[in-house]
Design a protein around this ligand. Structure first.
Ligand code: FES
Length: 131
């Protein structure tokens, strides 16, 4: 399937960001959303361009590190699933997908789709979660 992407690109916390358009022509519906981003980044790297920075860890729906805003929804269109558990079969050939970082004052963008999650650490250290 063909996918048009509009991805938030931002060099660092102190620079303005913008949506940049990319087109991928051979996306398998069986790819996870993050695998689709791996394909995009391979293509950017081969062209000598800066790959898109995004957070991920387990890729198994456990850690929550892969939080992206996809078409205006946290983790995208599939209710109850993290971004890494979202598959491209949830989209249609020719779709335009807008991908933005988790936008909150407490979580400033570090680069592209990666945000500073240290506010979570401070909450956990103060005993504010998991009680
Ligand atoms: S990478 Fe761990 S939940 Fe998605």
């Amino acid at each position: 399937m063909k996918i048009n992407l509009k991805v938030w690109r931002q060099k660092n916390t102190n620079t303005a960001g913008k949506l940049v358009e990319y087109q991928l022509d051979n996306v398998s519906e069986d790819m996870s959303f993050l695998e689709m981003f791996d394909v995009l980044n391979d293509s950017l790297t081969r062209k000598g361009e800066d790959p898109v920075t995004f957070d991920h860890d387990c890729r198994e729906g456990i850690c929550g590190m892969c939080s992206m805003y996809i078409n205006g929804r946290a983790h995208g269109p599939q209710t109850g699933a993290t971004t890494c558990q979202l598959h491209m079969r949830s989209f249609n050939d020719g779709d335009t997908i807008v991908v933005e970082p988790w936008r909150a004052r407490a979580f400033p963008v570090i680069k592209d789709l990666m945000v500073d999650r240290s506010a979570f650490d401070r909450i956990i250290q103060s005993g504010g979660m998991y009680r």
